[in-house]
Design a protein around this ligand. Structure first.
Ligand SMILES: C[S@@+](CC[C@H](N)C(=O)[O-])C[C@H]1O[C@@H](n2cnc3c(N)ncnc32)[C@H](O)[C@@H]1O
Length: 201
């Protein structure tokens, strides 16, 4: 679970492959996020879709009326997401941005991270927690989807147990809930995942 994991060059990946073929491609709003928004009665506000890639989640959130910013380290991904949003007549701010060297200078009502955090090496996780916390309004939320320790495929990102999420985020976030779920996309069977609702302290 803690072995060193390998990741693609994200920019090359998005230049070379159609986003629809990516394992995590899901054109619909993530069902765990949708349920969390319903449960917490959140239906308006500002959102950061962190590691937005094909922009599917940013686009789905904008269609629901949220004011959305989508960022990704890959410029190729941002160009594609931006043109898709424009085709659909949606006003979404897409920008190339590395979360560890971010130009973002606003606080959002919530941040959605679907598959970005679980790619980061353990040594930089606390940097991530500190940076992301500063991008969220007090009492705002981080909705985090990452691979679960129950996922048995060899390849792919780091995996997490609920206790690890509590340990990593617990100093700067109230852990509202963590549940086992799946990561919707193009893989069969769908990878096992954790969905966490974390409230900024
Ligand atoms: C597994 S993909 C998930 C994409 C999207 N959230 C989704 O669910 O379809 C992870 C994304 O995180 C982006 N990413 C990786 N490192 C990043 C960083 N340091 N800052 C911002 N984005 C990053 C990658 O380019 C990639 O698009």
């Amino acid at each position: 679970m803690s072995q060193q994991r390998e990741f693609p060059n994200w920019n090359n990946l998005y230049q070379e492959r159609q986003v629809e073929t990516m394992p995590w491609y899901n054109p619909d709003l993530d069902t765990d996020l949708e349920q969390a928004l319903t449960k917490l009665k959140i239906n308006t506000g500002t959102v950061l879709d962190l590691g937005t890639e094909p922009g599917t989640q940013a686009i789905a959130l904008a269609k629901k009326g949220f004011r959305v910013t989508g960022t990704d380290i890959s410029e190729a991904a941002i160009i594609q997401a931006d043109s898709k949003a424009k085709e659909e007549g949606l006003d979404i701010t897409f920008r190339q941005d590395d979360i560890f060297n971010s130009y973002l200078n606003q606080e959002f009502d919530f941040v959605f991270d679907r598959g970005c955090f679980h790619g980061f090496h353990p040594d930089i996780r606390q940097d991530y927690v500190r940076i992301v916390r500063n991008l969220i309004k007090p009492k705002g939320y981080l909705f985090l989807k990452c691979f679960s320790h129950l996922e048995t495929r060899e390849e792919g990102p780091y995996r997490f147990k609920p206790e690890q999420i509590k340990e990593i985020f617990g100093d700067r976030f109230n852990v509202i809930s963590i549940h086992e779920t799946v990561y919707q996309g193009t893989l069969d069977p769908l990878p096992k995942a954790l969905f966490s609702i974390l409230e900024r302290i």
